[in-house]
Design a protein around this ligand. Structure first.
Ligand code: F1P
Length: 341
């Protein structure tokens, strides 16, 4: 039966996947601190493909803010084919993100990085036996986040949580680490609320065109949630930096358009103004982080709060796909792993 059962199960099992990932990271705490102490990097590059490239986009801003090193994100294909346009001079830390550990572009980018002696490779993947896992100076594995589905959900959020733990650990941010450890319980509490909110959104007349807005690290998350909606429901879905939406994309707002804002806690007033303009033009808006129906603890550090946006956006994509008679477990034209000859 085409009912998206695997994708649904993976969305709802994220609290358990996150808890398992946190346990694994805690076991590696000392080794991770030694890795940092051994390294002195002129730059940090995060990389992946598709969802894991968007993960890299979401991880790099926090890392730069907390570590102080220049941190950037590139698709692995860019690092592989255009390295001189990506790497600056000086020793680099390359953080390679891959659910499968088999994606050709990511493998080729990492192999070239090592052959060119550019620096150290840190790998995060769900498959310990994968080719990518064998390349890392250090490899962090999260087998509990493996998925039967093509579309990434718990693999993405677990790997993203891992990059936040790494960022906080290397920056000595114990308060943020503590907040990240509360996320499995907070997600478990909120999932039923997400179900009713998504039912309300889907029931209130079908939106057919979606926009996802986010600034800073939330732009990468907006790209990922936009991809979920596209992959699962085949709906028009685009992501923009929050305030960029006025500079053109706003022109298509009207009935049938839903704009989901991944709101920050620091600049919510600017972001809410964009969403108010959307509603004034006849579109619908959902302010993640602000909407009382979502009930995110106000005191939660922004980096931790952002992770809780993911299951809601994933669920919205799943239910919208099902409302269109599509099977999220069998997205069009996609394979679980892209392997090039
Ligand atoms: C990368 C990726 C996914 C995409 C699809 C195909 O996989 O492009 O982002 O959703 O599943 O593979 P990986 O390198 O993270 O395994």
């Amino acid at each position: 039966m085409a009912d998206g059962r695997y994708t649904r199960e993976e969305i709802f099992s994220q609290p358990e996947s996150w808890a398992a990932g946190l346990r694994r990271l805690n076991e590696q705490r000392e080794a991770l601190l030694r890795f940092r102490d051994d390294g002195d990097y002129a730059q940090v590059i995060f990389t992946g493909c598709g969802s894991t490239y968007y993960l890299a986009l979401a991880a790099a801003p926090w890392a730069q803010e907390l570590w102080g090193w220049p941190c950037r994100a590139f698709p692995a294909s860019e690092l592989w084919l255009h390295p001189r346009a990506c790497y600056a001079d000086g020793r680099a830390l390359l953080v390679a993100l891959s659910r499968s550990g088999e994606t050709t572009e990511t493998l080729r980018a990492c192999q070239a990085f090592l052959e060119d002696g550019r620096g150290d490779l840190l790998v995060l993947t769900c498959y310990p036996e994968s080719p990518l896992a064998q390349l890392g100076k250090m490899t962090l594995v999260f087998p509990e986040a493996q998925e039967r589905s093509v579309v990434q959900t718990r693999s993405f959020s677990t790997l993203y949580l891992a990059t936040l733990v790494l960022t906080a650990l290397w920056a000595g941010e114990e308060g943020l680490l503590e907040a990240l450890r509360t996320l499995p319980g907070m997600a478990r509490e909120r999932l039923p609320r997400y179900v009713s909110l998504v039912a309300e959104i889907e029931g209130a007349g079908r939106s057919e065109r979606f926009f996802w807005l986010g600034s800073g690290p939330r732009y990468g998350l907006a790209c990922e949630l936009s991809l979920k909606m596209k992959e699962m429901s085949l709906s028009p879905s685009e992501a923009f930096h929050f305030l960029e939406f006025r500079h053109g994309p706003k022109s298509v707002v009207g009935p049938g358009v839903l704009v989901v804002g991944l709101c920050s806690s620091t600049h919510a007033s600017y972001e809410k103004a964009v969403l108010q303009e959307v509603e004034a033009l006849g579109g619908s808006a959902l302010a993640l982080g602000e909407d009382p129906r979502i009930g995110l603890a106000p005191g939660l550090p922004e980096a931790a709060r952002n992770v809780l946006y993911l299951p809601l956006g994933q669920l919205l994509a799943l239910e919208h796909a099902l409302s269109k008679g599509l099977d999220p477990d069998a997205p069009s034209h996609l394979e679980p792993v892209v392997r090039l000859r």
